[in-house]
Design a protein around this ligand. Sequence first.
Ligand code: GLY
Ligand code: MN
Ligand code: MN
Length: 462
Amino acid sequence: MFAAEIYQQRRLELVQQLEGGIVLLLGNVASPFNSADNCYRFRQDSSFLYFCGLDQPGLAAVLDVDSGRETLFGPRQSLEDVLWSGVGPTLQDRAERVKISASADFSDLHRILSAAIDGGRTVHVLPSSRAENKIILSGLLNKDIDTLNRESSSALIKAVVALRSIKSAAEIAELDEAADLGYQLHMATMKMVRAGLYEWEIAGELEAVAARAGRMLSFPPIVTTHGEILHNHQRSHQLQYGDLLLVDAGVESRLHYASDHTRTVPVAGKFSPEQKNIYQIVLATMARARELIKPGIAYRDVHLSACRTLVEGLKSLGLMCGDADRAVTAGAHALFMPHGLGHQLGLDVHDMEDLGEDYVGYDDKIQRATQFGLAGLRLGRELQEGFVLTVEPGIYFIPELISQWKNEGRHADYINYAKLEKYLTFGGIRLEDDIVVTASGSRLLGRPIPLQVEDIEKTISN
Ligand code: GLY
Ligand code: MN
Ligand code: MN
């Protein structure tokens, strides 16, 4: 945990942004794997963790905006609990550890919330992507789940996003720690790459590095020789000489801050000339983004400018043609990069996105585009000092997409479909690093993972 005062201060800043009512922050419960006594590894709700710091299941906090009173709700330990799980701190002890003065049994929560609602008070709640939490909230607030989803408090969401988006020095230290462990994940897997291995063996090593450090991965890793399938979670291919292997993986720090890195490496140990050409374009696209990132610039503009670099590179290979600026404005480059340049990173790998992607990535000034490709950009708004985000360009040759666009003659002024024929089995390359926006630009988080062609090739052959 951070110091107790940090959580107290965050809660204070949260309620100061609201006009009145009650804030209910619901933690996660243990989630059964196949029976109530056999659960998935516990992961606390990130907003609960941010404001209350307590990493145990079954807790909720109620913050009274008007009176300032704070109460922690949770289970009281029974003798049965002691028998199976040992003696733990009391609920009141847990509350006091994070400077919450009062505690009460979770079973009191329904009555307290009902009394507040009957008294005409607003109960502010956040949306949750967890099924259990939706069910619990539905019971606590006497509302069906659809109504609940519609009625989450946009005032609370905006207040939470405003606070969680700017990372403090202590949070950045956690993110650096996660990124350092991310370095170890990627070094371990890069060094084991060779023809004959299965993708699941690489994925197993990622889990092992995290588990040996007492940590957990920050999302199910993508380990694939089919990088063109953007979130490919199949891991059944055997690595062949000549393949590219894409590993997109991250890990959590001690306090659950995430890393998220991608590297794409040649199984042969050396890139073929064709692979190297595409790799260098992705690298140049990433470098262009890094040059531009600083407070005040909209990430949508960084994305579009980086995409122009990508188009210039593809033009140099004869795969695209025409004016790069116009090609990007038309969205022609999205054939090769149908996703956005990155997203915020923090306690979640796609930070805060269960609160609503547009609350996190967009605002009144910059709204999400509808154009294919740009619509997939998770973060479009202006960057601020203290934002932590990913930079993750890619080039993919997706046969189904190419075939559809070609048949429609889509963007035929900008795309050389004839030349694309020989790339249909190329796969895809993505590179991803994690950065913090500083006063004058950005800084890479964690130890640099090999990125340049020669460094990747050297690491693989070691
Ligand atoms: N791991 C998914 C992503 O990079 O956003
Ligand atoms: Mn990733
Ligand atoms: Mn990412």
